[in-house]
Design a protein. Structure first.
Length: 286
């Protein structure tokens, strides 16, 4: 059980941090991920260039806290209305199971993907990293990494799992779903599905409700009204773990996971976030 004093302190600390930095930024950007502010700073500076001064990204620690921050601080700095507040939320499963709970404000931007890590899953950035490990030509790197085959295969395997996760999140939120370790499903050797891993979880879900399949079909139909394939359904953190294992397996070289992640952050195609940029620019010009 969380200590109420700790929660109060945390809330007060976030308020103090906001009040300190709100006049130093040209734009205040709030994100869910606490402890990853340096990553978002790099991403937003890549996305926005030098158009706006960003001294501090404000990581609040989850979507509930992000919504609280929106309700507390609003859409702009009360002392200087020219300084706007932007809130970047993970898409999660919200688009498919709880649209009525999503905040409708141009300042509150939901990612089209599950989370920011989905954008790191980038073919060219992955091949660029792998070339430094394999030390061979671009063509050989492309063949050995075989990024498209990896991506299609893991999406095909993991989409079944994530439709079940989505259902559990909707109907049994007290049960663990996406928060379960990816390695309960994927093999740490090659990054692909462990034999029988999905069937084992499927049995657990069906023990909660034997009619779950019909509800899952409804979720699938809702999802496909928005997307053509299941890439955006799957948590980017999960996909990153699979990709890390895959690259480690094909290169046969040990490297730090954090170094791989940082490389992807600095090199993924930033144009994939152009829609976020457009939304921010629209808010700033309003």
């Amino acid at each position: 059980m969380e200590n109420t004093d700790d929660l109060l302190y945390s809330s007060e600390a976030k308020t103090t941090e906001y009040l300190f930095f709100c006049d130093l930024n040209d734009i205040n950007i709030f994100v869910e991920d606490e402890g990853k502010e340096f990553e978002y700073e790099t991403i937003f500076k890549r996305l926005l260039g030098k158009k706006y001064r960003i001294v501090k990204i404000l990581g609040v620690g989850g979507k509930v806290e992000l919504k609280k921050s929106f309700n507390e601080f609003g859409v702009n700095n009360t002392e200087n209305p020219q300084i706007k507040n932007i809130y970047l939320a993970d898409g999660d499963f919200d688009w498919y199971i709880c649209q009525d709970e999503m905040i409708d404000s141009p300042n509150f931007i939901y990612l089209e993907t599950y989370n920011i890590e989905n954008y790191f899953i980038d073919k060219k950035a992955c091949e660029k990293f792998s070339k430094g490990q394999l030390k061979c030509s671009d063509k050989e790197v492309e063949i050995r990494v075989d990024f498209d085959n990896w991506k299609n295969r893991i999406i095909s395997q993991a989409s079944r799992l994530f439709y079940y996760y989505c259902y559990v999140k909707k109907e049994y939120p007290q049960e663990k779903s996406v928060s379960r370790s990816p390695y309960l499903f994927i093999d740490s050797k090659d990054g692909y599905e462990k034999a029988g891993a999905f069937e084992e979880y499927q049995k657990q879900v069906l023990s909660l409700n034997g009619d779950a399949e019909s509800e899952i079909e409804k979720i699938k139909n809702c999802y496909h009204r928005k997307h053509n394939d299941e890439f955006n359904l799957i948590c980017g953190k999960f996909l990153f773990e699979s990709l890390y294992c895959h690259i480690r397996d094909i290169t046969k070289i040990k490297f730090r996971k954090d170094d791989f992640r940082w490389h992807l952050i600095c090199n993924f195609d930033i144009k994939k976030l152009e829609y976020v940029k457009d939304k921010i620019l629209a808010v700033m010009s309003a």
